[in-house]
Design a protein around this ligand. Structure first.
Ligand SMILES: [Fe+2]
Ligand SMILES: [Fe+2]
Length: 138
């Protein structure tokens, strides 16, 4: 593969520190799927799945706490990508090993789109709530 390695960049920052920290971890684990070592692919995918469950639960909890209006839509995107990861994991374990490279290529696109849309809206919403709370407390 001659692909340039994908990784964290400021382009992915949403200026919400706790979310950026989680996203840096996602990016590192997701980028690791591109390592050319088929024997350890499922171990690396499992690490990404474990991370993603906690990552998505954290955002789902923030949405509940702040009554984020498009919460259902955002939660649905989390559930869908997690189902895809788990389904692909099952199929690779069953011998469809060519799916590993496809997943490693597609997930960064999914993540960038998700960050630009759903996570960006949530980060802005939480930042504006904090601003409003700060303003009313002043
Ligand atoms: Fe996220
Ligand atoms: Fe999200």
């Amino acid at each position: 593969m001659t692909q340039t390695a994908w990784g964290w960049s400021d382009r992915l920052s949403l200026s919400y520190a706790a979310m950026d920290e989680t996203h840096k971890e996602f990016v590192a684990l997701c980028a690791a799927l591109s390592e050319n070592n088929p024997a350890s692919f499922l171990t690396r995918l499992d690490a990404l799945i474990v991370h993603s469950i906690a990552h998505f639960e954290q955002e789902n909890r923030w949405m509940e706490e702040t009554a984020f209006p498009p919460a259902a839509c955002h939660r649905q995107e989390h559930d869908t990508v997690l189902e895809v990861m788990q389904e692909v994991r099952r199929r690779i374990a069953d011998g469809e090993t060519d799916l590993a490279e496809r997943l490693a290529e597609e997930l960064p696109h999914w993540f960038e789109h998700h960050v630009d849309t759903m996570d960006n809206m949530l980060a802005r919403f939480m930042l504006s709530n904090q601003g409003a709370a700060g303003a009313s407390a002043a």
